[in-house]
Design a protein around this ligand. Structure first.
Ligand SMILES: Cc1ncc(COP(=O)(O)O)c(C=O)c1O
Length: 480
């Protein structure tokens, strides 16, 4: 069994095993002609349930054959140009190389004595990101598992900075298009059920700052405590960017912590042409960035950044076995002092290798391309009488709804759109997402793949129309 332990004696076994795995994936990527096979839970679950986990196969080739059957064949492939659904990007090769290296060396970023250079590399990347945002000389931050955790940590710091013993009085302001992790965070942080005040959005799905001002004023009038405003730079559904300068002004006026959830929009930090869309982000107290959304990084790779490094102390605990207090005086850089996690992956390595190989401009170019594609997609949809499209994209998301010429009942149109999404997924020919707008069901393209073309979008729109029309035809038959 020791032959499976990775060490100096098994280096050759490691090389062969990993190469075999890489060969299989490379072959898969080269031959995959659809983002999904359309496999159903009922078809797949028995294959996975039938595996006897107490009877190992022992041999890499046999294990990979089995993996083909239970996973690789039917996986959802984000690299495919017609995967258009969620905020999952195709990944860049230097980052995948990083993933392989970090798994093998297996550094843990909680303490210096488990990571050495890993800690320093993460710190450089945090400083680099903070500088791109423009957070100033006292900024700091830490890598996290994702936007949900980054938002939670930012709001933890905001709660502590609010310095109130009465958690029931604290209020967080987020737009109706903000991410649900804000509400989840409020619950985890022990705030009251009314803690998150929903601010309406304008026609472009951006937070209405007049409404925000009104809510902040009301909060104070009612003797409540405004704890944080969460501005979203790239809403999940629409990619809309809240008016950051105006929100920053209100936060300054009311003395409120400004958090910018740039989980999606952070790709603009590397953009060569569209960086100005997130002007005002530099005035935030904290920022969430998800490199695994718009920096083409594999899951997971995210960070929370703060304007004032001192605020990270709210996440600091000392344990004698790990990071005793005296290490602070000894200036030993233990990242666990800033993190909600203890044992933590060296995700930063992926971004490091990405920047060292293709540079920030390379990442920014890719993100600019998907923003351009979204604009072309918008023009396509706006000119297509079969579709209603919601907002012009600020990033790379398009929300639209198939509108059949002969049907006026909105509930029937809802059903046709829901059916089209499901049927498309079952066919595996494309994967699109869905959401609700004004209580009605819409479909969504989240475009993060520069290989996707306008022709791909046109093809998928035709497929959607076909599925919707088929549903409506069958529905008419059922009724008659
Ligand atoms: C705006 C926004 N914030 C936060 C998140 C949560 O990020 P994660 O899925 O990495 O936890 C998302 C995810 O889609 C998001 O779109």
């Amino acid at each position: 069994m020791r032959s499976h332990l990775l060490n100096g004696l098994t280096a050759e076994h490691y090389r062969r095993s990993v190469t075999e795995g890489v060969e299989r994936v490379a072959a898969k990527l080269a031959t995959t002609d659809r983002p999904f096979t359309g496999v159903t839970v009922d078809a797949l679950a028995p294959r996975i349930d039938a595996i006897d986990l107490d009877r190992p196969l022992g041999d890499t080739a046999a294990v990979l054959d089995e993996l083909e059957d239970v996973y690789l064949r039917d996986a959802v492939y984000f690299h495919h140009p017609r995967y258009l659904a969620h905020l999952n990007c195709p990944v860049v090769i230097p980052a995948v190389l990083g993933e392989a290296v970090l798994a093998a060396v297996n550094s843990s970023l909680d303490t210096w004595d488990q990571s050495a250079g890993g800690t320093l590399i993460e710190r450089r990347l945090i400083d680099w990101t903070a500088a791109r945002i423009g957070l100033g000389p006292a900024a700091d931050g830490v890598f996290t598992s994702g936007g949900t955790q980054s938002n939670l940590q930012a709001l933890l710091l905001a709660r502590e900075e609010a310095k109130s013993d009465n958690l029931a009085k604290l209020r967080i302001f987020a737009s109706e298009a903000g991410h649900f992790s804000v509400r989840k965070s409020a619950k985890l942080l022990g705030l009251g059920p009314d803690a998150v005040v929903t601010v309406p959005v304008d026609h472009d799905k951006r937070m209405q700052t007049v409404a925000l001002a009104h809510e902040l004023e009301r909060c104070e009038r009612d003797g409540l405590i405004p704890m944080a405003v969460v501005a979203t730079a790239g809403t999940t559904d629409f990619g809309s960017i809240d008016p950051l300068p105006e929100i920053a002004g209100l936060c300054a006026q009311y003395g409120v912590w400004m958090h910018v959830d740039a989980a999606y929009g952070c790709g603009l930090l590397a953009s060569l042409r569209n960086r100005d869309r997130i002007d005002g982000i530099e005035r935030a107290d904290s920022v969430t960035v998800d490199y695994h959304k718009s920096f083409f990084q594999p899951v997971s790779s995210s960070a929370v950044l703060v304007r004032d490094a001192a605020t990270l102390r709210h996440a600091t605990y000392h344990a004698e076995y790990l990071n005793p207090r005296r290490m602070v005086a000894e200036r030993i850089p233990n990242q666990v002092d800033k993190s909600l996690q203890t044992t933590r992956r060296f995700d930063a390595l992926k971004l490091w290798l990405t920047l060292r190989t293709m540079g920030a401009d390379g990442v920014g170019r890719l993100f600019d391309e998907v923003c351009d594609l979204a604009r072309e997609g918008w023009r396509l949809l706006a000119a297509d009488p079969r579709y209603d499209v919601v907002v012009e994209p600020a990033l790379s998301t398009l929300v639209f709804r198939y509108i059949p010429a002969a049907v006026t009942d909105p509930a029937e149109i809802d059903r046709a759109n829901l059916h089209a999404r499901k049927a498309l997924f079952a066919s595996g020919n494309a994967v699109v997402a869905g959401t609700k707008v004004g209580g009605r069901h819409y479909l969504k393209f989240t475009l993060l793949n520069p290989e996707t073309t306008t022709a791909d979008l046109a093809t998928v729109l035709d497929l959607i129309a076909g599925h919707a029309e088929q549903y409506l035809g069958e529905s008419l038959d059922r009724a008659s």
